[in-house]
Design a protein around this ligand. Structure first.
Ligand SMILES: [Zn+2]
Length: 434
């Protein structure tokens, strides 16, 4: 799962500000949203790939190679809103990646009025502003683990209050780096910065508010052994746009540390070099990556091999085929609203356990708690509401079946026969009995 995580310490963590005022640093370290992480955790092919990397059967970088975009084929991008000016500004910064002498180009549509996302076509990268933090899926993970109606790259509140120009450029270049398949520079396994960090300080900082991460979570997200390095790499590059800016006291010897950067806001020669290697004529092609993976899974069970073959075929497919595969629902996810009958402790506890249960449903999208709703009765129970004439009814039935396996007859489905849209909503009442 680690291969999809993007953490980006906000630039608010400038070393100076950190030294001056720790209070001002109450900024969350940003990760992919839970609803995406849980899909990856429950995704069999992804777990097979992780297992291959963990056991060393296949280098992690080979797996990344399979997720890279086709060399020389424009990568389509759309925006979920944002003014024309904002979209144009993002295009302007992102296009710096196109001018590095590599075979990389983006299809933004009309660059004066860049693409807004439309439901009748497939876009490789979809940019939104409503999720917490700044993050992006890695390479083609944007098609596999995120639906077409969801953002694959997020710039929180850029549409409402964009950051300073310097920060804007740093964040957009960094996230587009991830979208092209880049990982964090400090997490390279060979020459990474894990050994350079002052771990007690890191644990203390990230273990406190607002992150409150456990040691396990911190290790998972920050230690280099969890990360892929890319099947191609350059020497450690302290000027890389993909290198984090951590507070000075995150490092053993502060600002003198070889891994310390006061903050990079432009592509470095090393970034350009890596891009040319990944998207140049000398690139290791996805075909060779997928062939290596396919060979390594020969000893796996037939279902595991079949699952992985399907995924690799998606990565290998040309754009037209890929669009076809995605159109038939491969990457569609259903958002679910959850409401409670009351704010009674037993009911809220039930809301929490039901939410956790649904977390394991791979096709469930965002789970949004929407407060209380007047109950139809006071009996403990879960009512799933969905529109009878909307495709979501299929998802609702699957969710009902899944919930019933745990909560039995306490679960019911209410189909809305009318024309008013209900959206898929789950109402939880009382203390449920598993
Ligand atoms: Zn990042």
């Amino acid at each position: 799962m680690s291969n999809i995580i993007c953490i980006l310490l906000s630039a608010v963590l400038s070393p100076l500000a950190y030294a001056q005022n720790r209070e001002a640093l109450a900024v969350p370290v940003e990760v992919l949203p839970d609803y995406i992480t849980r899909r990856v955790i429950s995704d069999a092919p992804e777990q097979t790939l992780s297992e291959l990397a963990r056991t060393g059967s296949v280098e992690r970088g080979i797996i990344v190679g399979a997720k890279r975009w086709d060399v020389g084929v424009p990568i389509s991008v759309c925006f979920f809103g944002g003014s024309r000016e904002l979209r144009r500004h993002i295009v302007e910064v992102a296009s710096i990646w196109e001018r590095q002498g590599a075979l990389v180009s983006f299809d933004f549509g009309d660059r004066i009025d860049p693409n807004l996302c439309r439901s009748n076509r497939v876009y490789d990268i979809r940019i939104g502003y409503t999720q917490p933090g700044y993050w992006s899926m890695i390479g083609q993970d944007s098609l596999v683990h995120v639906g077409q109606l969801e953002e694959s790259m997020n710039f929180q509140r850029f549409d409402i209050s964009p950051p300073t120009e310097t920060e804007f450029q740093r964040v957009v270049l960094h996230e587009f780096g991830h979208a092209l398949g880049f990982y964090h520079e400090h997490q390279q396994q060979d020459e990474g910065c894990e050994g350079e960090l002052n771990w007690p300080a890191v644990y203390q900082y990230l273990g406190g508010p607002p992150n409150n991460w456990s040691q396990e979570t911190i290790d998972f997200n920050l230690r280099s052994s969890r990360y892929m390095t890319g099947d191609i790499k350059t020497d450690f590059n302290v000027k890389s746009i993909m290198l984090y800016t951590f507070p000075i006291d995150f490092y053993r010897d502060g600002a003198r540390n070889r891994c310390y950067s006061p903050g990079n806001t432009a592509l470095s020669p090393g970034d350009t070099q890596l891009l040319r290697m990944a998207y140049g004529n000398e690139a290791i092609t996805r075909a060779s990556s997928t062939a290596a993976i396919t060979a390594a899974v020969a000893s796996f069970s037939a279902p595991e091999r079949a699952a992985l073959r399907t995924r690799l075929n998606l990565f290998k497919a040309d754009q037209a085929t890929k669009n076809q595969i995605l159109r038939v629902g491969n990457a569609q996810f259903t958002d679910v609203d959850i409401k409670a009958c009351s704010t009674a402790p037993a009911t809220l506890a039930s809301v929490e356990t039901v939410t956790q249960f649904l977390n394991a449903e791979p096709k469930v999208g965002m789970l949004r708690y929407r407060g209380t709703v007047a109950p139809a009765g006071n009996e403990p129970g879960i009512m799933v509401l969905a529109d009878a004439d909307h495709p979501e009814i299929t998802d609702a039935r699957r969710i009902v079946a899944s919930l019933s396996s745990r909560y039995g007859k306490q679960v019911s489905l209410a189909e809305n026969p009318g024309r008013d849209r209900w959206l898929l909503t789950i109402v939880v009442c009382g203390g449920l009995r598993p």
